[in-house]
Design a protein around this ligand. Structure first.
Ligand code: NDP
Length: 294
């Protein structure tokens, strides 16, 4: 059984990112990312902080807008339009979830699709569905695909089961792995909460990807011998043996599943580190396109 090391693979992508940034800087361009946070959700705040930190580590331009929880929709839209017009910004991200009075969809649709590095704008979704290479793909699915490629796991022709159909992970990941080309060409099944005989469907997978947000839900009887398992889940569960009183577990019951696998990602240290790495890669790709006059 191979443990897929997301941290090491993320580091490899950062080395590529640094080279691409140096190249852009030599042409007078510094890739710039703007992250907008509305409200003070601690998890969102931590995500925003780590995105900002990574930009600085790579020598990218980073702008953080932290707005009060009662910020009006119109003011948020005005800020996004201002960022759309800012030539120093190549990527715009509005941290999810916003407070309930904000219409998230309207905010996402205000982002210039050329700066939609999260890949959630309808234009980006359509381009992914069409198989166009010039759209942005959401970062977590892109990270999962990259883990497979870097681990030498061939998606082409494989039976892939994606457990979960969210617009952030499951659906775009299924499209990505189904599309033609490198890291794609898989035969993809999407399973969700209404799927009948879920364990049996999952057992058909050569590559099983769990993205449901249910702690250790995927048990050994969901997994075929020799399958590859990618665990996207990040779930906080109580654990009084830890100083914080909780620990993070995935959607897969790792201890019982791992011995059956050809390869598996751990949680933490699997998919997690790839998400920010792919956000950086998308922002750099955007800067390259702007520099090329797109
Ligand atoms: P959502 O809650 O948006 O979607 C969950 C999906 O799982 C839904 O499609 C739902 O089905 C399905 N589902 C839920 N329960 C079951 C069940 N018992 N059986 C079968 N299907 C089920 O979650 P996300 O996609 O946003 O996130 C999924 C997980 O991935 C979470 O743990 C999240 O924290 C993690 N995550 C990790 C990231 C990373 O960087 N590693 C980034 C983003 C998310 P239905 O549609 O029928 O309701």
């Amino acid at each position: 059984m191979t443990l897929i090391d997301g941290k090491a693979i993320a580091q490899k992508t950062y080395a590529e990112s640094k080279a691409a940034i140096a190249n852009l800087k030599a042409r007078g361009v510094t890739p710039g990312l703007a992250v907008v946070l509305v409200g003070d959700d601690p998890a969102s705040r931590a995500y925003v902080r780590s995105k900002d930190k990574m930009c600085h580590e790579l020598g990218m331009h980073s702008v953080k807008h932290e707005l009060a929880a009662d910020t009006a929709q119109a003011d948020l839209i005005a800020l996004v339009k201002q960022l759309n017009a800012d030539p120093a910004i190549h990527g715009i991200l509005v941290q999810s979830p916003p407070p309930p009075h904000i219409d998230e969809r309207a905010i996402i649709e205000t982002i210039d699709p050329r700066k939609d590095v999260d890949g959630f704008h309808p234009i980006s979704v359509a381009k992914l569905a069409l198989g166009d290479a010039d759209g942005f793909v959401p970062c977590t699915p892109l990270g999962c695909q990259r883990l497979l490629i870097e681990s030498g796991i061939e998606a082409a022709g494989a039976n892939v089961v994606v457990l979960g159909r969210s617009m952030i992970v499951g659906k775009p990941l299924a499209l990505l792995l189904m599309n033609k080309g490198k890291g794609g060409d898989a035969t993809v099944t999407i399973a969700h909460s209404r799927t009948r005989n879920l364990a049996e469907v999952c057992r058909r997978a050569d590559i099983l990807i769990a993205a449901i947000g249910r702690p250790e839900f995927v048990k050994a009887d969901f997994v075929k011998d020799g399958a590859v398992v990618i665990d996207v889940g990040i779930n906080r569960v109580d654990d009084l043996n830890t100083p914080k009183g909780y620990k993070i577990v995935g959607d897969v019951a790792f201890t019982e599943v791992a011995p059956k696998c050809r390869a598996i990602t751990p949680v933490p240290g699997g998919v997690g580190p790839m998400t920010i790495a792919m956000l950086m890669a998308n922002t750099i790709a955007s800067a390259q396109r702007f520099a090329a006059g797109a």
